[in-house]
Write a protein of this length. Structure first.
Ligand SMILES: Cc1cc2nc3c(=O)[nH]c(=O)nc-3n(C[C@H](O)[C@H](O)[C@H](O)COP(=O)(O)OP(=O)(O)OC[C@H]3O[C@@H](n4cnc5c(N)ncnc54)[C@H](O)[C@@H]3O)c2cc1C
Length: 404
């Protein structure tokens, strides 16, 4: 290893290769089938569990990597293999991030392993924030959690929508309103343990892309969970609510804290798709002949590839910076986490569209994977904060002005 600061260490390189090999040999060959079936790819996730790639231990190690780079590296390789299957494998980490951001150490250790289960009995986690009338505007959530002191029980009622692994998960982490009128400061996160009555899947969505990832509504009807399922505990919640009532700032807001921690990894997923499309288009452009020469010999095509590669690498630099800042506990003064997700998401859409253009008619049909990659890429300007919301975060951070 040289002293160059962007070199990966030996461990990181080994893990990167291990995930890449799985992506190449297992995910890629299965990608088209599960996209067409639009079903959760259980056999592939089970194979990932068998080799330890789908496991809490693996994710926990990646989370605590002191450089912060392991999660982005793993995510990039995974979606290079296939974004839909990649999300089926990585979707449970959203629930773990929710537990990590809001739960106590005890709660994390109790519930996070249950988001994965074991190779013999694979389990899933889901993180339920969005609602039909509250997506970008998390402060408008309506799902209500009401406490009964006598029985030390919370009762949850409401409808969550667009939930990855929603209804098929074993552990659902649900953000709900505990004190109406306080916006996101009156919210808290709850674990709904496996087998709890009163939680069920609503409609399952048929999507444009990432079709192997399961996305559905989650309906909560008088869903009762014990007091111990309130993440962070009652005492901390009461203190936070009291501060909010007095108009003081709260240090963390349940849902937003989770999204901040996960944005660079989501950006890395986007460039995994972009890299796949770029590599494919580069090879194609060398092979394909028109007017008696390879199409790459035309500046019009070669410059596209130069721009694609430049934007992918620029995205990765933004992602790695944000991930390193997160690991070093630096303050995101200019919305660096949002910048990384914004730029990578838009790069993925741009690169996959250019890849279709380079393949011409062949890019538009399912014989080649680039049309799927384009469909898959679009979600990255929408979920985990739309591009507009990322710009809002960055604009507020750099200006100090509450831009609407
Ligand atoms: C496949 C998929 C998986 C998902 N997985 C999950 C999950 O696991 N858990 C979960 O909780 N959620 C999940 N989501 C929800 C996702 O995070 C939301 O869809 C997203 O936050 C946008 O919310 P919305 O769809 O309600 O759009 P809206 O908030 O209604 O936004 C509509 C448009 O208005 C724009 N807009 C809104 N407010 C502003 C503003 N202030 N300034 C400028 N523009 C604005 C938006 O950028 C967007 O272009 C998922 C969504 C999808 C599609």
């Amino acid at each position: 290893m040289s002293g160059y600061p962007l070199d990966l260490n030996d461990d990181q390189q080994q893990i990167q290769k291990w995930v890449h090999d799985f992506a190449e040999s297992v995910m890629r060959p299965a990608a088209s089938e599960w996209d067409e079936r639009e079903e959760f790819p259980w056999p592939v996730v089970e194979e990932a569990a068998k080799i330890g790639l789908y496991s809490f231990d693996f994710v926990a190690n990646a989370f605590v990597d002191p450089t912060g780079l392991l999660m982005p590296i793993v995510n990039e390789e995974m979606t290079w293999g296939d974004a839909g299957i990649g999300l089926a494998i990585m979707g449970s980490t959203l629930a773990v991030a929710g537990l990590f951001a809001n739960g106590t150490q005890e709660q994390l250790l109790e519930w996070a392993p249950q988001c994965y289960g074991s190779p013999d009995k694979v389990q899933l986690g889901a993180f339920c924030v969005s609602e039909p009338d509250a997506g970008s505007d998390v402060s408008a959530l309506r799902t209500r959690a009401v406490y009964d002191e006598a029985s030390d029980t919370w009762t949850l009622n409401g409808t969550k929508t667009w939930i990855t692994n929603g209804g098929i998960a074993d552990v659902h982490v649900v953000v709900a309103v505990v004190e109406p009128g306080l916006g996101s400061r009156g919210q808290a996160s709850f674990v709904v343990p496996p087998g709890t009555p009163g939680i069920r899947q609503g409609q399952k969505f048929k999507k444009m892309g990432i079709r192997a990832s399961h996305t559905a509504e989650v309906i909560l009807e008088d869903c009762k969970v014990p007091g111990s399922c309130l993440l962070g505990g009652k005492e901390k919640l009461d203190e936070r609510i009291a501060r909010a009532r007095e108009g003081k700032r709260s240090s963390s807001q349940a849902a937003m804290a989770t999204f901040e921690a996960t944005r660079p990894s989501v950006g890395a997923q986007a460039i995994g798709i972009a890299r796949a499309a770029y590599e494919y288009a580069l090879e194609y452009a060398k092979e394909r002949k028109a007017f008696g020469r390879s199409i790459i010999e035309n500046q019009g095509i070669a410059f596209k590839l130069a721009d694609m590669k430049t934007r992918i690498d620029a995205s990765r630099l933004l992602i790695w910076r944000a991930a390193m800042m997160g690991a070093a506990k630096k303050t995101f003064e200019s919305g660096e986490g949002s910048m990384s997700k914004l730029f990578a998401g838009e790069t993925a859409v741009y690169v996959t569209e250019e890849a279709i253009q380079i393949l011409g008619g062949y890019g538009y049909v399912r014989e080649h994977p680039v049309e799927r990659w384009h469909r898959d890429s679009k979600i990255y300007t929408i979920f985990e904060g739309t591009s507009e919301i990322q710009r809002l975060v960055i604009a507020r951070a750099i200006s100090g002005v509450y831009i609407k």
